[in-house]
Design a protein around this ligand. Structure first.
Ligand code: 16G
Ligand code: ZN
Length: 578
């Protein structure tokens, strides 16, 4: 006799004006019914023929017009993930720095971490299952992970400002409803805000109040306390221009502003009132183009900040009195933060090791500065936030940043306890206790779940103010080597394989040897190639003593990729003489 298991299933979820009030009506049903309904529900979200989706470094990302079925399926998957973790998980709908017509979706684990890597495969399988096979695809995941389907599930949902966001959210919610999951739709949030909320919720408030207001309050309180004793400044000006990439970062900075009172004068440009999301603006544009975004009027020396489309990346820049553009990217930010936290740790007398995690894209000057001048250990991780995050966990205080401006600081539980205890230890010298107190405030200011443009921006402002530095003083810590990033189209980008955190190519045969020979021709030359995780291209990075040499080295390596890895179209042309 076959066993019939009855499960509770939510059949009605009503969201009231305040999101905390969710009315839930339960009924009972069988697991086979849930799977059958998941298949039935797919009729409203049919999967197009001939498209293969892949859960990449930043989840699924594509033209928004083809993502509806993926969102529906991610609703199904998020419910399973929540059951598997016995906790609330989150789903963010965004395509970050990509153009406005794109969109994407990624799952967030209970403590605000990226989705565990082993589930990326489940996500890809489910996204590619035919409509009629959704039930068996779900069953495969349930069996593989051994999920107790009778457990409840709960999911937080948010999106960026893209016009495709609302209908895609609807598709996601349809998936959640079919699974009988409860959910909270927060509407428009930055990616890091959603990460913060799910962590607060699951840690029962220990990380902060699980509301958007709670996020602003936590950051602003720490920021204002860290500024309290600041004396008169000669160089640091509390005036900053923010390029909001015409996205959610602009809206949320406006909300933060009222909490900061008069401590910082922020002008938000590219706030979405006229321009398009990420078009000629935002952190990615500024980093890649090495020039200021459109829509900003900048005085020499004025400190400016660019966020990306979902506000998880930040870069700073200024134009000097000769009109020369200067970028302060993720490498400069991590160096600044590691230096300051290192000083606080020494001043507190605590035995904590600090390390910095970078990727192969980090400017060689930054790595040398950290290792040779600051004597800070540096680890290199593969591109993609999850790899850096993972490595940063190896330190008591792990500072990780990608050169593109995505990064944060992780404090181990043990470090956190030691710092908090020292800040309350009356037997300690007051200077030590004070340093520990500043460290606790820095921990509150830093969003440890994921890189957060708003939080990182406030951290940098705090350090610059404490040091009484203008952007130029910060920039002078070390001089970036000129670099160039190119992309090459090939028949199959997986023909290029790498090892040693992407610094060495293991395939195609002969490519690394060719790169080594080319690099040897240039002063301070360095180059590596890697298949992109988000675009169908191979990326080529090169740096050297001069811009012309960096450009030429990047070009010569590109030609090797083109010839050895099956280049498509015309062979790359040498850079034009300046
Ligand atoms: C994604 C990654 C970013 C990485 C970029 C590289 C996350 C959240 N985002 O945007 O960290 O720098 O991919 O793109 O992990 P690429 O593989 O196309 O060069
Ligand atoms: Zn982003």
């Amino acid at each position: 006799m076959s066993k019939v298991i009855l499960y509770f299933r939510v059949v009605q979820v009503s969201l009231c004006s305040t999101w905390r009030q969710v009315r839930i009506v339960y009924s009972t049903c069988k697991m086979s019914d849930i799977l059958a309904e998941a298949v039935k529900g797919a009729a409203a979200h049919p999967r197009p023929e001939g498209i293969q989706f892949a859960y990449g470094t930043a989840g699924f990302r594509d033209k928004s017009t083809i993502l509806d079925p993926v969102l529906y399926r991610m609703g199904l998957l998020a419910a399973l993930r929540s059951k598997a973790k016995k906790a609330t998980v989150a789903v963010m709908i965004t395509a970050s720095h990509n153009p406005e017509p794109d969109n994407g979706v990624k799952l967030v684990d209970p403590m605000g971490e990226m989705l565990e890597e082993s589930w990326e495969e489940h996500a890809t399988d489910l996204a590619n299952a035919k409509d009629e096979d959704i039930g068996s695809a779900l069953q495969r995941i349930i069996d593989a992970v051994d999920i107790d389907i009778s457990l409840p599930s709960d999911v937080f949902v948010a999106r960026d400002t893209r016009p495709s966001g609302p209908p895609l959210t609807q598709a996601l919610l349809d998936g959640l409803k079919v699974m009988g999951s409860t959910f909270t739709d927060f509407g428009i949030l930055t990616t890091p805000q959603l990460h913060y909320l799910v962590r607060c919720h699951n840690s029962k408030g220990a990380y902060g109040e699980p509301t958007e207001e709670g996020y602003y309050k936590k950051l602003a309180q720490a920021f204002l306390k860290l500024r309290k004793d600041a004396g008169a400044k000669k160089k640091y000006e509390p005036v900053v221009i923010i390029d909001g990439a015409n996205g959610v970062g602009a809206l949320k900075t406006r909300k933060l502003q009222s909490h900061l009172h008069e401590s910082l004068r922020i002008t938000v440009c590219n706030d979405g009132s006229s321009g398009k999301l990420n078009e000629k603006c935002g952190a990615d544009f500024v980093k890649v183009q090495q020039k200021p975004p459109a829509g900003l009027e900048i005085q020499p020396g004025q400190r400016c900040v660019s966020f990306d489309g979902d506000a998880d990346r930040v870069v700073f820049f200024y134009v000097n009195k000769d009109g020369v553009f200067n970028l302060l990217d993720g490498d400069k930010i991590s160096t600044l933060i590691a230096g300051y936290l290192g000083e606080l740790v020494s001043a507190s007398g605590l035995q904590l090791n600090i390390g910095v995690v970078q990727t192969a894209y980090a400017n060689g000057s930054s790595t040398r500065y950290l290792e040779d001048v600051m004597k800070v250990p540096v680890s290199c991780a593969k591109t993609g936030v999850k790899h850096l995050h993972h490595k940063a966990l190896e330190f008591d205080v792990g500072v990780y940043f990608e050169a593109n401006g995505h990064g944060t600081v992780l404090f181990s539980d043990q470090a956190e306890q030691k710092i908090k205890a020292a800040s309350q230890d009356d037997s300690l010298e007051s200077s030590k206790r004070e340093a520990a107190t500043r460290l606790t405030l820095m921990m509150d200011l830093i969003n440890q779940t994921v890189g957060d443009a708003i939080s990182d921006f406030l951290v940098v402002e705090t350090i610059l103010s404490t040091r009484d530095w203008a952007a130029e003083d910060w920039n002078m810590q070390y001089r970036d080597l000129p670099s160039r990033l190119l992309k090459i189209k090939v028949k199959d980008r997986t023909a290029v394989q790498t090892t040693d955190a992407e610094r060495c190519a293991t395939a195609p045969a002969g490519l690394q040897e060719a790169i080594n020979k080319l690099v040897a021709k240039y002063q301070q030359g360095r180059s590596f190639v890697r298949p992109s995780g988000t675009e169908d291209v191979v990326r080529v990075f090169a740096e050297a003593d001069t811009q012309a040499n960096a450009d030429m080295l990047a070009h010569e390596v590109s030609v090797q990729v083109y010839q050895l890895a099956g280049g498509v179209g015309d062979q790359p042309q040498p850079p034009c003489a300046p």
